[in-house]
Design a protein around this ligand. Structure first.
Ligand code: NAI
Ligand code: MG
Length: 321
C-alpha cells in the first residue's frame, strides 16, 4: 500500500489539489494519504514555511502530490519548493507538453544552475552564483537520454556561447548521448524558445539547466492551451514529487475558477511512477473526454468551476471501471 503525502500549499493549491486527490483516491482506494502543511500561509501564521520534521514527513512518503506555494520576492524569504527539491535531492524536473500535434518533454535540471541557493546581497549589488557540476549534469543527461532513447531524439538547451558553466553542461550531455546512442543536438536557449513555439514538431526531449527549463516550460504552455494544463514530476533517487507547472495564482485564488487539469495530470504521473500506468491512462483519458465534451474552466473559454470540472472527471473515471 502506497503512502502519498498531500501538500496543498497556498492559493489555488487549496482548490486544485483536493480535486486531484479525490480522483487519485477513486482509482486507488488502497492509497493512504496524509496532509503536510508548508508555504507562505504557514509562514504568516507560525513564522516558518517548512519545518525540519516536514522534510522527514515528506521523505517517509512513497510519492508527494503537491499544489503550489506563494514565494514573495523578499530577500529574507527562502522558497519552500527549492528547499524541498534540495532536501529530497529531486534532481530531474520532467515536464511533458502534450496536445494536438505537440509531444515534447522538457527535462530540467532541478538542483543547481541559477537556483543553487548560493547568493548574497551587498548594499549596492546582489549576486547569485550559477553552479553547473559534472555530477549534476551527468545524472540529468542520463535521465534525459534514457527518456529520449525510448522516444526520438534529444535537444540540449544552453547558452554555451556566453556561459562557461554551459560549456560543461553541453559537453557532458553530448558525451552521455553519444554513449547511450541517442541522436542529439545543442541549441542556444533564446533561439530555442522561439523555434520550439514555431516548430514544435521538431522537438522531442529537451534537456536544460534549472532556470532555462523553468522559463521554457511556461513559454511552451502556449502550445497546448496555457499553464492550467501542464503537469510535472520532480524525481530523485528515492523521493518523487508531482505538481502542476503553474504557481499559486493569487489573482484567481478562492474563486473556484482555477483549472485543475494540471494537478489531475500530475496525479496521473504519480500513478505511473508508482507502477500503475493503467490507472494513469484512465485518468488522462477521463480528462480528455471531459475536455472534448466541452466542459472547461474559464482559462479555456468555458464556464465550469474547479469543483464541477473535477466532478465530471470523477464521473468519467467511475464509468470506466
Ligand atoms: P502563476 O503560475 O501562479 O500564474 C500565472 C498566471 O496563470 C496567472 O494569471 C494565473 O491566474 C494563471 N494560472 C495559473 N495557474 C492556473 C490555473 N490552474 N488555472 C487558470 N489559470 C491559471 O505564476 P505567478 O503569478 O507568476 O506566481 C504566483 C505565485 O506563485 C508567486 O508567489 C510565485 O512565486 C509562485 N509560484 C510557485 C510555483 C510553485 O509552487 N511550483 C511555480 C511558479 C510560481
Ligand atoms: Mg515556473
Amino acid at each position: 500500500m502506497a503512502k502519498v503525502a498531500v501538500v496543498e500549499g497556498d492559493g489555488i493549491g487549496h482548490e486544485v489539489v483536493p480535486v486531484a486527490r479525490e480522483i487519485l483516491a477513486a482509482v486507488r482506494p488502497d492509497f493512504e494519504f496524509f496532509d503536510v502543511e508548508v508555504g507562505y500561509g504557514l509562514w504568516e501564521r507560525t513564522g516558518s514555511a517548512c519545518g525540519e520534521e516536514t522534510i522527514a514527513d515528506l521523505q517517509s512518503a512513497d510519492a508527494i502530490l503537491f499544489g503550489a506555494v506563494t514565494t514573495p520576492p523578499d530577500p529574507g524569504y527562502r522558497s519552500v519548493l527549492l528547499q524541498i527539491r534540495h532536501a529530497l535531492d529531486l534532481y530531474a524536473n520532467v515536464r511533458p507538453i502534450q496536445g494536438e500535434g505537440v509531444d515534447i518533454v522538457i527535462v530540467r535540471e532541478n538542483t543547481e544552475g541559477l537556483y543553487s541557493g548560493i547568493e548574497w546581497t551587498e548594499p549596492d549589488r546582489a549576486c547569485t552564483v550559477r553552479v553547473v557540476s559534472r555530477r549534476g549534469s551527468e545524472r540529468i543527461a542520463r535521465y534525459a537520454c534514457t527518456l529520449a532513447g525510448s522516444r526520438r531524439h534529444l535537444t540540449i538547451g544552453n547558452k554555451a556561447n556566453v556561459l562557461k558553466s554551459d560549456c560543461l553542461f553541453v559537453e557532458v550531455c553530448t558525451a552521455e548521448a553519444a554513449r547511450m546512442g541517442v541522436p542529439c543536438r545543442a541549441r542556444y536557449i533564446d533561439a530555442l524558445c522561439l523555434d520550439l513555439l514555431m516548430h514544435p514538431d521538431l522537438y522531442d526531449v529537451v534537456v536544460t539547466t534549472n532556470m532555462f527549463g523553468d522559463i521554457l516550460s511556461d513559454a511552451a504552455a502556449y502550445l497546448v492551451g496555457g499553464l492550467g494544463l501542464l503537469p510535472s514530476a520532480n524525481i530523485g533517487k528515492r523521493a518523487a514529487l508531482f505538481e502542476p507547472v503553474h504557481g499559486s495564482a493569487p489573482d484567481i485564488a478562492g474563486q473556484n475558477i482555477a483549472n485543475p487539469v494540471a494537478a489531475i495530470r500530475s496525479a496521473a504521473m504519480l500513478l505511473s511512477h508508482l507502477g500503475d500506468p493503467a490507472s494513469a491512462a484512465a485518468v488522462e483519458e477521463a480528462v480528455h473526454r471531459v475536455l472534448r465534451a466541452g466542459i472547461r474552466t474559464r482559462d479555456l473559454g468555458g464556464v465550469a468551476g474547479t469543483r464541477e470540472f473535477g466532478a465530471a472527471v470523477l464521473r468519467e473515471v467511475g464509468q470506466r471501471k
